[in-house]
Design a protein around this ligand. Structure first.
Ligand code: GLC
Length: 632
């Protein structure tokens, strides 16, 4: 562009070129390292360049406008107005048109981010909740068409809501066109997957691999007689791992991502990213190349569709998770969001133990106070099981035995530990390693199901307070709090999954109930009913969050030592002052000296959540069971 061109004369091409210049290095340094030695690299470079240009040309004008807005407001997803809601299309509203009809409900709750759980065309039969995709360019016909999807994203945008869409990058369904061609013997497509003529290499790999679904899909490879080949299948047999070492896979998946971005998805949830690169002798999770791939995908989106951000799904230990938000050379250049699995696990662990020592240790020793161009997706429950990701080292640091603590948590949330308040089930018990995970809805795991069975109003009250305290915590910690469908009205476990053959083997369906709209009506009409208390409590937390500037994700989160093992506390450090947040993880009353709050920066001793004074500066602040305070 010549120097004397006035800005009003900027063409679409100029804008593309400027953005390409901005992210060129971030993209090509990674691709050179990943694929530079590949014989077809020059052709790959041309094809990729062309893919970026044509995706930009095809990008609709309203999305190009959003791109410009997001370039000007790059912190949009870090703001306190961001509140997320996650649902299955069919279980929430039947189909995409049904979703459009329900947007008012989400608006009423203050939702600005909506995750449409997998809605691309899945394989027939069991499809792992939609994570076994056979066509990335078609919508599940049961939900509607691609035009319906575009209408739904446009309707959301008009209401100030951003749509999150699952992009399954690690594997395709074995019915995907590429897999079908591979199966028919086409060598170009066989190279899209990881196939072996005999079990020599699979056996060697398996020495260090971790089984993901040991119960119903043991091992990581599947033998196909018709192809005379072992295929790498980390998850289920019908999910074939893609070979990302093949540049053609990168190209095809990038084209797909840009295509979906151009249909109006604003957050791409990149599924199971940890598994994208394989290396003999390792667990084949979170290898350095995974981060190179993810940086390159990120840079490509910054060029073509900067309105779009990436949520990287990696349910791994804290040290392994943080790099997905860009550490070291990838700082500020990788995922914009990643699930804060560790925070979720620690909330449940501290609730069961009535002790926050481990939580305070983990949260203060592993996580940086702020991240560049990134933040967390915080949550209490999602569609998946809870794996007890507490490392032996962290447990030992606070005098616990890691194995026994994990076992305690699994038993507690299965509801079999004596005195447990929870109702849940086991998921994927691995007798070889002793690993046990759990399923269950938020309300049932937090004690509501059992409390209602007992009919004791005090127990019901405690369960509701656990739910609300947990939400007050994830809404303040830093990042986008994600409300999982039905948790806002305290839906209980759905045991009828056992009667439905495609789901019966997978206890995660226990916490994937259908939305209960009659219960929503009850919550609205009767604020003192159980669903009413949860619904109004939660919407009020989200509303407070959106008007609390200290909660912007760019403000540091500093975990505080309270000296009281019942309490967990952190401060959010804003330029205008601090917000000190304290949570009581027990059903006993606690006190905290007002001087402690003041010493940590709470100037006014005013609780933002209840909009009430917390007492005088020299006294003690009383904290009822499961209290939550955000003190200015
Ligand atoms: C992710 C999804 C999970 C699915 C797996 C395989 O972890 O959250 O539901 O089973 O990927 O696609």
């Amino acid at each position: 562009m010549a120097k004397n061109v006035s800005p009003s004369a900027l063409t679409d091409k100029d804008i593309f070129d400027l953005r390409y210049a901005r992210s060129h290095g971030d993209l090509w340094t990674m691709l050179d390292r990943l694929y530079g030695a590949h014989p077809g690299y020059a052709a790959f470079q041309d094809a990729l360049d062309q893919a970026l240009r044509s995706a930009w040309e095809e990008r609709p004008a309203d999305l190009k406008r959003l791109d410009m807005q997001r370039d000007l407001e790059p912190d949009w997803f870090q703001r306190p107005e961001m509140n997320g809601y996650v649902f299955y299309i069919d279980r929430f509203a039947g189909d995409l048109q049904g979703v459009i009809d329900k947007l008012d409900y989400l608006k009423e709750m203050g939702i600005t981010y909506v995750h449409f759980m997998p809605c691309l065309k899945p394989r027939p039969g069991d499809n792992d909740g939609g994570y076994s995709v056979m066509d990335y360019r078609a919508i599940n016909p049961a939900f509607g068409t691609m035009a319906d999807f575009e209408a739904a994203t446009a309707a959301c945008r008009a209401l100030g809501m951003s749509v999150c869409l699952d992009m399954v990058v690690n594997h395709t369904a074995k019915e995907h066109a590429w897999a079908q061609k591979a199966r028919a013997g086409d060598p170009a497509y066989r190279a899209y997957y990881l196939m072996f003529p005999d079990d020599t290499l699979p056996r060697q790999y398996e020495k260090t691999l971790v089984e993901i679904f040991p119960d119903n899909a043991p091992g990581s490879f599947t033998w196909y007689e018709d192809m005379a080949a072992w295929v790498w299948t980390t998850f289920n047999e019908h999910q074939w791992d893609l070979n990302w070492a093949n540049p053609q896979v990168f190209l095809e998946m990038l084209r797909t991502m840009l295509y979906l971005a151009n249909r109006g998805a604003e957050i791409l949830r990149l599924d199971a990213v940890a598994f994208m690169w394989k290396r003999m002798g390792t667990r084949c999770q979170s290898e350095p190349e995974v981060h190179m791939l993810l940086q390159a995908l990120r840079a490509a989106c910054r060029i073509v569709c900067p309105a779009v951000i990436h949520l990287e799904e990696a349910i791994v230990s804290p040290e392994e998770m943080l790099p997905y938000l860009g550490r070291g050379e990838h700082d500020g250049k990788e995922g914009n969001l990643a699930y804060h699995n560790s925070l979720m696990v620690q909330v449940w662990s501290a609730l069961a133990a009535r002790d926050t020592t481990l939580m305070t240790h983990v949260m203060s020793s592993h996580f940086p106070p702020v991240l560049t161009n990134a933040t967390y997706a915080t949550y209490l429950r999602c569609h998946d099981d809870i794996g007890w990701a507490v490392t032996d080292e962290d447990a030992a640091a606070v005098g616990l035995n890691g194995f026994l603590h994990r076992r305690f948590l699994a038993d507690f949330y299965e509801g079999v530990f004596p005195g447990s308040f929870a109702a849940g089930e086991l998921f994927q018990h691995n007798p070889e390693t002793g690993d046990k995970r759990n399923s269950g809805t938020l309300a049932s795991l937090a004690g509501l199901e059992r409390a209602q069975e007992s009919g004791d109003p005090a127990h019901i009250g405690l369960a509701i307070d656990r739910i609300l305290m947990g939400h007050a915590l994830i809404a303040a910690y830093g990042g986008i709090p994600l409300i999982y469908m039905g948790d806002e009205i305290a839906l209980l476990n759905a045991y009828d999954y056992r009667d439905h053959p495609p789901h019966a083997h997978d206890s995660r369906w226990l916490h994937r109930p259908k939305m209960d709209w009659a219960r929503v009506e009850m919550a609205r009409a009767a604020p003192d009913s159980v669903p009413g208390r949860v619904f109004h409590g939660l919407t009020s937390i989200l509303a407070r969050r959106s008007t609390t500037p200290e909660l912007h994700a760019q403000n540091a989160t500093e975990v505080l030592q309270t000296g009281n093992t019942a309490l967990f506390a952190f401060a959010r450090r804003a330029p205008t002052g601090s917000l000190v947040c304290v949570f009581n993880f027990t059903e006993a009353w606690q006190v905290i000296p007002a001087s402690w709050m003041v010493g940590h920066g709470a100037r006014q001793l005013h609780d933002v959540l209840s909009d009430a004074a917390l007492g005088d500066r020299h006294g003690a602040i009383a904290l009822p069971p499961y209290a939550r305070i955000w003190s200015r």
